[in-house]
Design a protein around this ligand. Structure first.
Ligand code: HEC
Ligand code: HEC
Ligand code: HEC
Ligand code: HEC
Ligand code: HEC
Ligand code: HEC
Ligand code: HEC
Ligand code: HEC
Ligand code: HEC
Ligand code: HEC
Length: 351
C-alpha cells in the first residue's frame, strides 16, 4: 500500500536521523555510554491496542503495556529440554501429552524435535532470568502476528493452509491462535464447539442462525467448516468450492440437474433467492411469496397492464391488490418446480 510504504520511508528517515544524533551524543560523553551499555534503549511504553486476535486467555487482561524485549541473543541460546520447563510449568507438559504435539516418538511433532522450545524458542535466557526472554505465542512481548504464524506454518503450510497467504483472515491480521489453542482444549476443530469460536467475531452470522428458517448450524449438524475453509480458499467468501452453487450442490445434489427446463437463476446463483445462514421467510428465502419472483418477473406483478393468469380473471384489474385469486398468487403454488423441471411439458416450471 503506497501510504504505509511512504510512512515506513518516513519512519526510517526519522530513525536514521535520531540514531546519528545519538551517536554524536555518545561520542561526546563516553562515560555515560559505558553506564548504559548493557541495558536496552529507553523507550516510552505505549498502551497496547488490544486486537481480537490477541484475546486468547493468556494475553488478555494483565498486560496493559507492551514490553520491550531486553533479551538480545535469546534466539541463539541453548535448548534446555522439556524436563527443565516442567520444573515451573508442569501443567503445560500435561496438556502437551494429550495433544499430537507432545508425541516424542513422532519426528514431525514438536516433541520429536526441541520440545516446548520448538514453538517458544531456546529457553536458556528464560531459565536464567526466571521468567523473561521467551517467545510468547500470544504476542505478550510484542512478537508480530506474522512471526508467530510462521512458527505454526513451518509444519502446517500444506494441505488446507495452501491459501492462507492473502486470505481475508490473514489480511485482517488473525493469528493461528485467534482460533486455535495449544494448551487448552482446541475448540475450533470439534464440530460441537467450533461455531462458538467463529461467533466471537462473527456476531452477525450468529444472529442470522436464530432466524425462523436456518441451516441447522446452532444444532451443529452443519458447521462453518462444512462450507468454509477459514484458512483461505481459491473460491469466493472462503468457500471450500469455487462457486456458491458448487457449495450447495455438495449437499443438495438433486438441485444440480441437468434439467430439461432450467430456471436460469437457479443454475446461476442459489443466493438470488436464498439466504444461506438464515432468513425470516420459509425455506431460507430472501423475500416472501410473490415478491420473491417479482424481483425479476415484473410483468406477472398484477399491476395495471399485467396479463398473467394469476390476475387474468380479476374483476377489477385496474385496482392492484384486489385480485380474487390472491390466495393462489404465491407463484410457487403453480410453478412448483422453481429449481428446474424434467417434465416434457414443464416449460413453465409447473410440473
Ligand atoms: C525457573 C522457573 C521457570 C522455568 C524453568 C521455565 N519458566 Fe517459563 N516462565 C516462568 C515465569 C516466572 C514466567 C512468567 C509468568 C507470568 O508472568 O505470567 C514464565 C513464562 C513463560 C511463558 C509465558 C509467556 C506468556 O505468553 O505469558 C512461556 C511461553 C514460558 N514461560 C515457556 C517456558 C519454556 C518453554 C521453558 C523451558 C525451556 C520454561 N518456560 C521454563 C518460569 C520458568
Ligand atoms: C514441529 C512441527 C509442528 C509445529 C511447529 C506445530 N505443529 Fe501442529 N501438528 C504437528 C503434528 C505432527 C500434528 C499431528 C498431525 C497428524 O497427526 O496428522 C499437529 C496437529 C495439529 C492440529 C490438529 C490436531 C489437534 O488435535 O490439535 C492443529 C489444530 C495444529 N497442529 C495446530 C498448530 C498450531 C496452531 C501451531 C502453532 C502454534 C502448530 N500446530 C505448530 C506439528 C506441528
Ligand atoms: C478463523 C479461524 C482459524 C484460524 C485463524 C486458523 N484456523 Fe486452523 N482450523 C480452523 C478450523 C475451523 C479447523 C477445523 C477444520 C476442519 O475440520 O476442516 C482448523 C483445523 C486446523 C488443523 C487441523 C486439520 C487439518 O487440516 O489438518 C491445522 C493443522 C490447523 N488448523 C492449522 C492452522 C494454522 C497453522 C493456522 C495459522 C496459519 C490456523 N490453523 C489458523 C480454524 C482456524
Ligand atoms: C505447538 C507449539 C507449542 C508447543 C510445542 C508448546 N507451546 Fe506453549 N504456547 C503455544 C501457544 C500457541 C500459546 C498461546 C496460548 C494457547 O494457545 O494456549 C502458548 C502459551 C504458553 C504459555 C503461556 C500461556 C499460559 O497459559 O500461561 C506458557 C507458560 C507455555 N506456553 C509453556 C509451554 C511449555 C512449558 C511447553 C512444553 C511443555 C510448551 N509451552 C509447548 C504454543 C506451544
Ligand atoms: C451451508 C453452507 C454454509 C455454512 C454452514 C456457513 N456458511 Fe457462511 N457463507 C456461505 C455462503 C454460500 C456464503 C456466500 C453468501 C453470499 O455470497 O451471499 C457465506 C458467506 C459468509 C460470510 C460473508 C458474507 C456475510 O454474509 O457476511 C461470513 C462472514 C460467513 N459466511 C461466516 C460463516 C460462519 C461464521 C459460519 C458458521 C457459524 C458459516 N458462515 C456457516 C455458506 C455457509
Ligand atoms: C478473531 C476474529 C475472527 C474469528 C475468530 C473468525 N473470523 Fe472470520 N473474519 C474476521 C474478519 C475481521 C473478517 C473480515 C471482515 C468481515 O468480512 O467481517 C472475517 C471474514 C470472514 C469471512 C468472509 C470472507 C469474505 O470474503 O467476505 C468468512 C466466510 C469467515 N470470516 C468465516 C469464519 C469462520 C468459519 C470462522 C470460525 C472457524 C471465523 N471466520 C472466525 C474475523 C474473525
Ligand atoms: C454441508 C451440507 C450443506 C450444504 C453445503 C448446503 N446445505 Fe442446505 N441444508 C443442509 C441440511 C442438513 C439442511 C436441513 C435439512 C433438513 O432439515 O431436513 C439444509 C436445508 C436447506 C434448505 C431448506 C431449509 C428449510 O427451512 O426448509 C434450503 C433452502 C437450503 N438448505 C439451501 C441451501 C443453499 C442455497 C446452499 C448453498 C448456498 C446450501 N443449502 C448448502 C445441508 C447443506
Ligand atoms: C428463483 C428462486 C430460487 C432459486 C434461484 C433457488 N431456489 Fe431453492 N427454493 C425456492 C423456493 C420458492 C423454495 C420453496 C419451495 C416450496 O414452496 O416448496 C425453495 C426451496 C428449496 C429447498 C428446500 C425444499 C426442497 O425443494 O428441497 C432447497 C434445499 C433449495 N431450495 C435449494 C436450492 C439450491 C441448492 C439452489 C441453487 C441451485 C436454489 N435452491 C435456488 C426458490 C429458489
Ligand atoms: C433473479 C431473477 C429471477 C427470479 C428471482 C425468478 N426468476 Fe423466473 N426466470 C428468470 C429468468 C432470467 C428466466 C428465463 C426467461 C426467459 O427465458 O425469457 C426465468 C424463467 C421463468 C419461467 C419460465 C418462463 C418461460 O418463458 O417459460 C417461469 C415459469 C419462472 N421463471 C417462474 C419464476 C417463479 C415462480 C419465481 C419465484 C419463485 C421466479 N421465476 C423467480 C429470472 C428469475
Ligand atoms: C394460478 C396459477 C398460477 C399462478 C399463481 C402463477 N402462475 Fe405463472 N403461469 C401460470 C400458467 C398456467 C402459465 C402459462 C403456462 C403455459 O403457457 O404453459 C404461467 C406462465 C408464467 C410465465 C411464463 C411467461 C408468461 O407470462 O406466460 C412466467 C414467467 C410466470 N408464469 C411467472 C409467474 C409469477 C412470477 C407468478 C407470481 C407472481 C406466477 N407466475 C403465478 C400459472 C400461474
Amino acid at each position: 500500500m503506497p501510504l504505509s510504504y511512504k510512512f515506513s520511508i518516513a519512519l526510517t528517515a526519522i530513525i536514521v536521523f535520531f540514531s546519528s544524533y545519538q551517536y554524536a551524543a555518545e561520542q561526546s560523553t563516553p562515560a555515560e555510554t559505558l553506564a548504559v551499555e548493557n541495558t536496552a534503549p529507553e523507550e516510552p511504553k505505549e498502551p497496547v491496542e488490544v486486537k481480537p486476535e490477541d484475546k486468547v486467555e493468556a494475553g488478555e487482561a494483565e498486560h496493559a503495556f507492551k514490553q520491550e524485549n531486553p533479551c538480545a541473543g535469546q534466539a541463539e541460546g541453548d535448548i534446555m529440554g522439556p524436563e527443565v520447563c516442567a520444573d515451573c510449568h508442569l501443567d503445560k507438559i500435561q496438556t502437551m501429552q494429550m495433544s499430537p504435539h507432545g508425541v516424542a516418538a513422532d519426528s514431525r511433532s514438536p516433541f520429536g524435535k526441541d520440545g516446548c522450545e520448538t514453538c517458544h524458542g531456546p529457553g536458556a535466557l528464560h531459565f536464567e532470568t526466571e521468567g523473561n526472554c521467551i517467545i510468547s505465542m500470544t504476542g505478550r512481548y510484542g512478537e508480530s502476528v506474522y512471526s508467530r504464524n510462521e512458527t505454526c506454518l513451518g509444519c502446517h503450510q500444506s494441505g488446507d493452509r495452501m491459501h492462507w497467504e492473502a486470505s481475508i483472515h490473514e489480511a485482517e491480521g488473525l493469528a493461528c491462535v485467534s482460533c486455535h489453542s495449544i494448551h487448552t482444549r482446541n475448540d475450533v476443530i470439534h464440530r460441537t464447539t467450533q461455531n462458538e469460536v467463529c461467533f466471537k467475531c462473527h456476531k452477525d452470522i450468529r444472529s442470522e442462525t436464530f432466524r425462523a428458517s436456518s441451516h441447522p448450524i446452532r444444532e451443529s449438524k452443519v458447521v462453518c467448516s462444512d462450507c468454509h475453509n477459514p484458512h483461505g480458499s481459491a473460491g469466493t467468501t472462503l468457500l471450500k468450492q469455487f462457486t456458491v452453487n458448487e457449495n450447495c450442490y455438495s449437499c443438495h445434489a438433486e438441485k444440480r440437474g441437468p434439467f430439461l427446463w432450467e430456471h436460469q437463476p437457479a443454475s446461476e446463483d442459489c443466493t438470488l433467492c436464498h439466504r444461506v445462514h438464515g432468513s425470516n421467510h420459509m425455506a431460507l428465502l430472501n423475500k416472501p411469496g410473490p415478491k420473491l419472483c417479482q424481483q425479476c418477473h415484473i410483468a406477472q406483478a398484477g399491476i395495471r397492464g399485467g396479463n398473467h393468469i394469476s390476475n387474468f380473471l380479476d374483476y377489477d384489474s385496474g385496482s392492484p391488490g384486489r385480485n380474487r385469486f390472491l390466495v393462489a398468487q404465491n407463484c410457487a403454488n403453480c410453478h412448483s418446480k422453481v429449481h428446474g423441471s424434467n417434465h416434457p411439458s414443464g416449460a413453465a416450471l409447473q410440473r
